[in-house]
Ligand binder design. Structure first.
Ligand SMILES: Cc1cc2nc3c(=O)[nH]c(=O)nc-3n(C[C@H](O)[C@H](O)[C@H](O)COP(=O)(O)OP(=O)(O)OC[C@H]3O[C@@H](n4cnc5c(N)ncnc54)[C@H](O)[C@@H]3O)c2cc1C
Length: 456
């Protein structure tokens, strides 16, 4: 059995086809092409096999086979954050771990490692609690939370990983147990932001964020107002309460004949304000007055409504982007960014998001590898991959985007905002990475879990 005639698959891995209750797909199988693909179709990965274990016993069988074959297991619920080469590894899909239970008295969700945020968000509608979920309903709770995870509500509730109270972990030695800060605080620290390196998580206990009265305002401006509007949003960060969450999106519509004339080829800026404790009209007014509002939607909202309106892709897509965490957003940076946005050579960048940080992110309630403490802003530039359109100009624009913002780059970001080519040394200090390595060598001395984004 071989992939592309290069490396024969180890017999211990081939034998898994008979040993697992779940499924195993090998490179020679017709299902392999679809099974190996990550959600981000721009990433190529060629694992030795793709396993979908049915339960914890199956995971133990996989660990034993990996030990015998001298290979590793790469846990990847769906691969929004796929980062490339998996040759020599067994890709593990966690879809069978689909438990979801809510304790609305204490505000805790227990979520299996295969569950996607959309299911949790839907189950919480109207309960007065919100999940610390990101903007995409199809991202898995485990992949997001174990990588840090910045949410719609992070100024109010912190990072996804700050809300990870406990996890059910299968250690590479085969023990499966509930871990919290009292039983293994070092392992919990590592799970909060670098999860995949230190254990196979089968379920997570997540604290929910109280949100008694969710109110939102969406203000869209023409690009001519962008310098004043972005400054107004920046200034809001100084006084806004932690119950206020603010996102800015700069969108350039493609110059496509099928689009209406009034938007075709034009740039817009949308400011999205979310409050978890009711209307904040006075604060929003400071942004409203900074330009001419072309479109406004204001009123009560909900996470399900936000997800539906977010236009995030829900089907596997080839996407390329670049993120930057900034310490400060000064006038100079705002002007440079907006000028950059108008240069035709950078038009392959369709959207740039700016997320206001601070609030609860500056006072994390739990210790974790992931932290956005003292980071001011999180930016993400998106280049869509369009069939037949060369990718080089978009790649060059993403490099230029990073270079432009580099002078204000914050010392750390979170793993869920890393590009495929970036490693965890961007998420913590050298001491943090050393601590992570030491937790990993304690729990996984044989390296049975794929080393993923560990700095090489
Ligand atoms: C459209 C879109 C919108 C997004 N919006 C946001 C956002 O608002 N905020 C944000 O923070 N991120 C966001 N992301 C990034 C996303 O959170 C990351 O890509 C993350 O990796 C989740 O993706 P996934 O569920 O596909 O996990 P995968 O990419 O499949 O897995 C990511 C990693 O998590 C670890 N892992 C996953 N499950 C387990 C497990 N059971 N046990 C041990 N380790 C495990 C592994 O190391 C794995 O490599 C977005 C991504 C997309 C494509």
């Amino acid at each position: 059995m071989s992939y592309g005639g290069v490396m024969p698959t180890h017999p211990a891995i081939v034998a898994l086809q008979d040993r697992l209750t779940g499924t195993l797909v090998l490179p020679a199988d017709t299902a392999y092409a679809a099974a190996r693909r990550p959600w981000n179709l721009a990433i190529e990965q060629h694992p030795d096999a793709v396993a979908t274990p049915a339960d914890v016993d199956d995971l133990r069988v996989l660990l034993r086979a990996a030990r015998e074959a001298g290979t590793s297991l790469a846990i990847q619920p769906s691969g929004h954050g796929a980062s490339g080469d998996l040759s020599g590894a067994v890709l593990v899909r966690m879809s069978a771990f689909d438990e979801l239970s809510l304790d609305l008295e204490s505000g805790v969700a227990t979520v299996g490692a295969g569950v996607r945020w959309g299911a949790v968000v839907e189950a919480l509608e109207g309960t007065g609690w919100v999940a610390p979920a990101g903007t995409s309903p199809v991202v898995s709770v485990a992949g997001y939370t174990l990588g840090g995870g910045h949410s719609w509500f992070s100024r109010t509730g912190g990072l996804g990983s700050d809300n990870l109270r406990a996890a059910w972990v299968l250690r590479p030695d085969g023990t499966h147990e509930r871990i919290d800060d009292d039983t293994d605080s070092d392992l919990m620290w590592a799970l909060r932001g670098a999860g995949g390196l230190v254990g196979i998580v089968t379920a997570l206990e997540i604290e929910l964020v109280p949100a008694p009265d969710i109110w939102g305002a969406n203000l869209t401006f023409d690009v001519v107002d962008a310098p004043a509007v972005v400054r107004a949003v920046r200034d809001l960060a100084v006084s806004a309460a932690a119950t206020l969450n603010v996102f800015v999106n700069s969108m350039r519509m493609p110059d496509a004949p099928e689009l209406p004339e009034q938007i075709r080829g034009r740039s817009f800026l949308t400011v999205q304000v979310l409050s978890t404790d009711g209307p904040q009209d006075e604060l929003v007014d400071t942004v409203r007055r900074a330009g001419e509002v072309r479109r406004e939607i204001t009123g009560p909202t909900s996470p399900a409504a936000l997800a539906a309106a977010s236009n995030e892709p829900t089907e596997p897509t080839p996407g390329r982007g670049a993120s930057m965490a900034l310490s400060i957003l000064d006038d100079e940076t705002i002007d440079a960014l907006l000028e950059f946005r108008e240069l035709p050579e950078h038009w392959p960048i369709m959207g740039i998001d700016l997320r206001m940080l601070g609030g609860a992110l500056n006072a994390p309630r739990r210790s974790g590898f992931a932290s956005l403490q003292s980071v001011g802003w999180l930016l993400h530039a998106l280049v869509p991959v369009i069939p037949g359109v060369p990718t080089e100009p978009g790649d060059a624009s993403l490099v230029a985007f990073r270079e432009l913002l580099a002078p204000n780059e914050a010392p750390q970001t979170v793993a869920t905002f890393l590009g495929p080519d970036q490693s965890l040394d961007r998420c913590g200090t050298a001491d943090d990475v050393a601590r992570l390595r030491s937790v990993r060598s304690r729990v996984d001395p044989e390296g049975l879990l794929h080393e993923g984004r560990l700095p090489r």
